[in-house]
Design a protein around this ligand. Structure first.
Ligand SMILES: NC(=O)C1=CN([C@@H]2O[C@H](COP(=O)(O)OP(=O)(O)OC[C@H]3O[C@@H](n4cnc5c(N)ncnc54)[C@H](OP(=O)(O)O)[C@@H]3O)[C@@H](O)[C@H]2O)C=CC1
Ligand SMILES: CCCCCCCCCCCCCCCC(=O)[C@@H](N)CO
Length: 358
């Protein structure tokens, strides 16, 4: 047999017996499908939406519920038939808010309970008042951590004490009530926890060196807590309000530097009842983040990082918009920098003019 003949026989075999490989090819295809399916399950599993919480008859605790955004959140829940516990320090403000909220009753069984306590000081005290509230109105279905305070001033003008105080009220004041309700929620395998952060908890701005960190901290707490609580069917929401027309904002505005005023104008001022409506809806649905308006939407998509997602559309929107929103953000940052520079030049000119007069 010549070598030419051998090669033509092997060619013939290769051309006509490729089907011998068919089982292997099929095995490979099946394996690829299994891998793809498992990957898909992994991608989809965090995207499964939770079942919405029924507010009718639910017990909702609102810290900071005697004023501003907290009061509007309490009203919104009450309008849906919830039982409310308001937590704040000042008793007369609490009673005033209770009266106001009771105007929105939808049945004659609904109750508004008031509790006076400082949420940021002594954990034992917070734990005991939550226990009292649970004895009266049943286990807490939804906790809204809204007690807080703001401060806007230049870094070197903030009293050193205020850095700790803001961390205490805005951060620890949210940890303590959460810690006090979580065991019962885990046992019941249900619950919602809202943390009221701020747009200033998504980006750092001129004037918020003491305030922003205390609001950023809530995001870290919320992400960690959500991962622990998801198997217990407890959902955590971080709300990011823009400037909102409340007594708290009026107080903050008294000291606000011009730079902060001009930068914040980008986002405008919202009404507390509208903000509250959005936050309650997102918390009931179990969405991880809740934002207001187009700026709020862009900021949340841009700063989503490793935060959990609760729907396929939310995940897809983040993937598609990330680059575009970063581009827009660079323009915003440029305009903020120029506001800060112009204010500095203006100040220097003013002080020089004042010196000349003297
Ligand atoms: N308004 C705004 O522009 C924005 C507000 N936010 C955040 O929203 C939340 C509510 O703000 P807003 O409605 O403006 O605030 P308000 O000042 O109007 O209300 C604050 C509420 O928190 C209570 N509170 C404050 N400190 C404590 C404490 N140590 N223990 C218990 N209760 C306390 C107050 O009652 P009392 O003083 O009687 O204790 C009051 O009920 C805050 O966390 C704020 O940082 C975020 C972004 C924008
Ligand atoms: C794509 C990128 C979009 C970027 C948009 C940026 C908008 C910045 C506006 C920030 C406003 C800060 C509000 C803080 C309110 C607050 O927490 C205090 N008022 C509390 O009292």
């Amino acid at each position: 047999m010549s070598s030419e003949e051998v090669s033509s026989i092997s060619d013939w075999l290769w051309l006509n017996s490729w089907w011998l490989l068919l089982p292997f090819i099929m095995l490979l295809v099946v394996a690829a499908f299994i891998v793809a399916f498992v990957l898909l399950l992994y991608m989809i599993s965090p995207l499964i939406s939770p079942k919405p919480l029924k507010l009718n008859g639910a017990h909702v605790v609102v810290t900071g519920g005697s004023s501003g955004i907290g009061k509007c959140i309490a009203i919104e829940c009450y309008k849906h038939g919830a039982f409310i516990t308001l937590v704040a320090r000042d008793e007369s403000k609490l009673l005033q808010a209770k009266k106001e909220i009771e105007n929105f009753a939808i049945n004659d069984k609904q109750v508004v309970l008031c509790i006076s306590v400082d949420v940021s000081k002594d954990y034992r005290q917070v734990e005991s008042v939550i226990k009292q509230a649970q004895e009266k109105l049943g286990p807490v279905d939804m906790l809204v951590n809204c007690a807080g305070s703001a401060l806007s001033a230049k870094f070197e003008e903030v009293e050193v004490d205020r850095f700790r105080k803001l961390m205490e009220v805005n951060y620890l004041g949210s940890v303590y009530p959460t810690r006090a309700v979580i065991t019962t929620m885990k046992e019941r395998r249900m619950g919602r926890i809202m943390f009221v952060s701020s747009q200033a908890g998504q980006l750092g701005l001129f004037g918020y060196t003491a305030y922003s960190p205390s609001k950023f901290a809530l995001r870290g707490l919320a992400e960690s807590l959500q991962m622990e609580m998801k198997p217990y069917n407890i959902y955590v929401t971080v709300a990011y309000p823009p400037d909102t027309d409340t007594p708290g904002l009026a107080e903050e505005n008294k000291l606000k530097p011009l730079e902060t005023k001009l930068i914040s104008e980008t986002s405008g001022v919202c009404q507390p009842d509208q903000v509250a409506k959005i936050f309650v809806k997102d918390t009931v649905q179990g969405n991880f983040s809740s934002s207001v308006g187009p700026d709020g939407y862009m900021l949340s998509a841009l700063t989503c990082g490793m935060s959990p997602v609760t729907s396929i559309t939310e995940g897809l929107q983040q993937i598609v918009t990330m680059g575009l929103f970063r581009t827009i953000a660079l323009f915003y940052l440029g305009s903020f920098d120029s506001i800060v520079r112009r204010c500095m030049i203006q100040r220097e000119q003013q002080s020089r003019a004042a010196e000349k007069k003297e």
